[in-house]
Ligand binder design. Structure first.
Ligand SMILES: [Zn+2]
Length: 347
């Protein structure tokens, strides 16, 4: 399947952090044709292994499968659902969103409601409505009615959005953080011919709440080096200064020099930059970022693992309307494969 088809499938699936099962099943299906073995570890990370020669380096690719979302916290006597946030979501984007509650009896559509502005006081209208003042409305009449539908405390809640193409290779959808990385990983496996090194392509869990899945996965895989495939913030929109982020959508894979959890190993950075230059793959460098990725956690595993990031510049991440260029995914996959092919020169 094409990059576009894979991204649409994965973006439309639900993988609210800690409940990644639907995405994991898809990942297993989409990676199976290109690897020798697939295992799911105890934390429920999925590890797809392409076996190489014994003495050659073992490389771990990591793309987190989870997405930011919500979780049912309380059910009011009138049948409304109050919720907790799973991962970093801006409260300002929540009101009036269409959502899906994933109950044990199946998915239920609903919306995020709030007190109507018409009856708000002047001061209320000026301030941001925070998530604890919002609620999910599934049209139920009472708490009993809601419970009868199978909806319960702890159910994950995702945005109800379908991935669409805008043309010019640009797409819009939810959960591009990090289904974009998942698709890049699948595409890299697809393009990869026989290689001496062993490649472990890992779909990790619970990244959005503190890079948790990557910790166990990296310990278990015990790679010689690792690359996290993720998204990064595209700064090419009005109101963002070049100093805050210079990375732009459609201008090639972004390579991290440093973020708040990782200073990319210099040898890894050299290896990726040389590869991009020699293969004439466009790329962008970024440094001083505030966020971090699975690479931060992997790099501190065991006695330390040299790590780097290849990121897709994405607009409006952590919202239901992320935007990216499919060309960036294609070039990130190409860069990953080309780097692995020349790994022996560096490691
Ligand atoms: Zn991410």
């Amino acid at each position: 399947m094409s990059i576009n088809e894979n991204l649409a499938k994965l973006s439309n699936a639900c993988g609210v952090t800690g409940r990644e099962n639907e995405v994991r099943e898809l990942m297993i299906r989409l990676m199976t044709p290109y690897v020798d073995e697939i295992v799911v570890d105890r934390l429920e990370n999925v590890i797809a292994i392409k076996k190489g020669k014994e003495k050659s380096p073992k490389i771990m690719l990591a793309a987190h499968m989870d997405e930011v979302g919500l979780m049912v916290k309380t059910i009011t006597k009138d049948g409304f659902l109050q919720f907790a946030k799973m991962g970093g979501i801006d409260d300002r984007i929540l009101p009036a969103q269409k959502i899906t509650v994933f109950s044990r009896k199946g998915p239920f559509p609903g919306i995020i409601g709030s007190k109507p502005p018409h009856i708000q006081k002047e001061e209320e209208r000026k301030k941001i409505t925070t998530f604890d003042e919002l609620f999910i409305d599934i049209g139920a009449e009472s708490k009993e009615d809601t419970l009868a539908l199978g909806v319960a405390v702890g159910d994950p809640v995702g945005f109800d959005v379908k991935c669409i193409e805008l043309g010019r290779d640009v797409v819009v959808g939810k959960a591009f953080d990090n289904r974009a990385g998942c698709v890049t990983m699948i595409e890299a496996l697809k393009l990869m011919e026989k290689t001496d090194c062993t490649v472990c392509a890992v779909g990790t869990v619970q990244e959005e709440v503190g890079l948790r899945g990557a910790a166990g996965a990296a310990f278990g895989v015990d790679p010689d080096l690792a690359i996290a495939l993720d998204v990064t913030i595209a700064g090419d929109v009005p109101g963002v200064k070049e100093f805050d982020t210079s990375v732009k959508m459609g201008k090639g894979p972004a390579l991290t020099i440093s973020d708040s959890g990782l200073i990319t190993n210099p040898k890894i950075l050299r290896w990726l930059v040389d590869t991009a230059e020699e293969e004439k793959i466009p790329f962008q460098l970024e440094t001083g970022l505030l966020g971090s990725t699975d690479a931060a956690r992997i790099s501190l595993t065991r006695q330390g693992i040299p790590c780097g990031n290849i990121s897709i510049a994405t607009r409006y991440i952590h919202s239901p309307v992320g935007m990216l260029s499919l060309k960036d995914i294609e070039n990130s996959a190409k860069l990953t494969v080309a780097a692995i092919q020349r790994i022996k020169k560096y490691f």
